[in-house]
Design a protein around this ligand. Sequence first.
Ligand SMILES: Cc1cc2nc3c(=O)[nH]c(=O)nc-3n(C[C@H](O)[C@H](O)[C@H](O)COP(=O)(O)O)c2cc1C
Length: 179
Amino acid sequence: MNVSTAIAERFSCRSYKTDAIPGEMIHTILEAGRLAPSACNQQPWRFAVVTSDDARTKIVETAFLKGIPMKWALNAPVFFVLGMVRSTTTHKVAPLLSGIDYPWVDIGIAGEHMALQATELGLGTCWIGWIHKKRLRNIVGWPRNIRPAAILTCGCPAENTDHPRRGRLELNALTSYIK
Ligand SMILES: Cc1cc2nc3c(=O)[nH]c(=O)nc-3n(C[C@H](O)[C@H](O)[C@H](O)COP(=O)(O)O)c2cc1C
């Protein structure tokens, strides 16, 4: 699958088969995150791979914020928890001058590398940002310097999975050309 196809095929998968994902696939997805670019090559991402039923259930029941129904995530056999470590210079001092919060940009790139890699492997993913970061950190056993930033659910899409194409703004509403 080429990159354009992976970009076109990826969608937020909210219906999974419960079958486990082979370890090599998990490794390939993690590698795709690891190879992402980052400001000053700081690589602020950390990954926790959650596969046990107990831990995933605990995350869904206690570390998802209320208000958005997300019980569907229970069926996803893998949660990639994306964490962030802040460096002093690039992540604390530089943003005071530039106003750009670099590690969030970096985590977004790494996570989407992973989502696209999963797509190539025939897997579905969904970003989850509606999380309680302290509870999630406790469940995955991270120290205080790693801040949970998001979860990517991952697994084989269920047979009947609907792929709703979410609308996108037209390019001309998003783009200006400066010649
Ligand atoms: C940073 C981020 C956080 C998101 N958080 C959630 C979430 O908490 N729950 C959820 O069901 N979907 C979540 N999504 C998925 C978006 O709703 C989805 O990407 C968007 O509606 C576009 O649909 P598509 O991914 O199918 O193209 C999130 C996506 C991103 C990028």
